[in-house]
Structure formats: C-alpha cells, structure tokens
Design a protein around this ligand. Structure first.
Ligand SMILES: Cc1cc2nc3c(=O)[nH]c(=O)nc-3n(C[C@H](O)[C@H](O)[C@H](O)COP(=O)(O)O)c2cc1C
Length: 164
C-alpha cells in the first residue's frame, strides 16, 4: 500500500489529536496541517484522509476553507479519499459535522471510502449524511469523547484494506 496523506485543519487542537492517534494506528501516514500545506503536497498522494472540524454556520475549519480555495475538483481524480469530521451535536445540532459533507463535495471526483453508521448521535440536521450513513467518520469530542476510540477503531478496520 502507498503512503496515506492526512490533511487536517484544527482550531483548538482536537482534530489534530484525533488524526495523530489515527496515524499511529494506521501507520504509513504523513500528516499535514493545512495551514502550512500546498496543493502540491496533496497531489503527491493517491491515498488521502481529509479531516476538518466545523465552524461558523456549518462551515469548514478556517484553515481548511483557505486550503480548499487552492484546490479544484479535478485534483481528486483517481484518488482514494476518507473523511473525518469533528463537531458538537449539542450546541450545533443544526449543522452537526457539516465539514464531512463539504469535504465530500470537494472530493466528489475521488473514490470516497469510510462511510459510517449514524448510531448513537442526537442532532437535528447535517449535510454529512448520504441516506442513513455518514460520508465519513463523525466524531464529537465535546459530548461523546468516550465513544471516539471505538468509533475510530471500527472505522480504521473498514478503510485499511481499501487504499491503493
Ligand atoms: C464558534 C464555533 C462554531 C462551531 N460550529 C459548529 C457547527 O456548525 N457544527 C458542529 O458540528 N460543530 C461546531 N463547532 C464545534 C467544533 O467543531 C468542535 O468543538 C470541534 O471538536 C473543534 O475541533 P478543533 O479543535 O480541531 O477545531 C463550533 C465551535 C465553535 C467554537
């Protein structure tokens, strides 16, 4: 399997902590904080994990927003992409983990892997679902950090053989 590039944006460090733990478990990963990354960094990988928390009114984390403007849909052609979103289903129940839907839209020309079940969450609305499933891994470190390890482990199991 080729190396996996993990591109993350974080404001208070929660997404960073999560992707660091995922990189340790998956191995063969290179981490990029998108506030310091270039489009050329992303181009080097066939295997990608895109990770962003949600801010504002259901928007991407601000560094991810900036990075996304440098990318085009065609940059994802031929790539395998898995998505991670962090959010707060209690305080931001109308836009829970919208970052997942935004990243899935950005990477829509890729093969997206790592869909996960909408189980044990309580929110009003999100753009992260396709049918019954999240289009990535939805984590809520603000209210359900106790569930994260299990969610992460089963997600890793579901994606690890799907990269190129
Ligand atoms: C001002 C503000 C706006 C937020 N907006 C949303 C939101 O729309 N949807 C959501 O699910 N979470 C929202 N959150 C919660 C964050 O996404 C969550 O705390 C996340 O774990 C932060 O991760 P980070 O430290 O990696 O940036 C918001 C948090 C703040 C402070």
């Amino acid at each position: 399997m080729n190396k996996i590039g993990i591109f993350y944006g974080t404001t208070t460090g929660k997404t960073q902590e999560i992707v660091e733990s995922i990189a340790l478990k998956l191995q063969n990963c290179e981490l990029f904080d998108v506030s310091k990354a270039q489009k050329e960094d992303l181009a080097k990988f066939d295997n990608l994990i895109l990770a962003s928390s949600t801010y504002g009114d259901g928007e991407l984390q601000s560094d991810w927003e900036d990075f996304a403007t440098s990318l085009s849909e065609d940059d994802f052609i031929g790539k395998i992409v898995a998505i991670i979103g962090l959010g707060d289903q209690d305080l931001y129940s109308d836009t829970f983990c919208n970052s997942i839907g935004l990243l899935a839209n950005l990477a829509k020309k890729a093969t997206i892997i790592g869909q996960s079940k909408n189980e044990n969450y309580e929110f009003t609305s999100t753009n992260a679902l396709n049918g019954d499933e999240f289009m990535g891994l939805a984590l809520d470190e603000d209210n359900q950090s106790d569930l994260s390890a299990k969610r992460i482990d089963s997600w890793i199991e579901s994606i690890k053989d799907k990269f190129k």
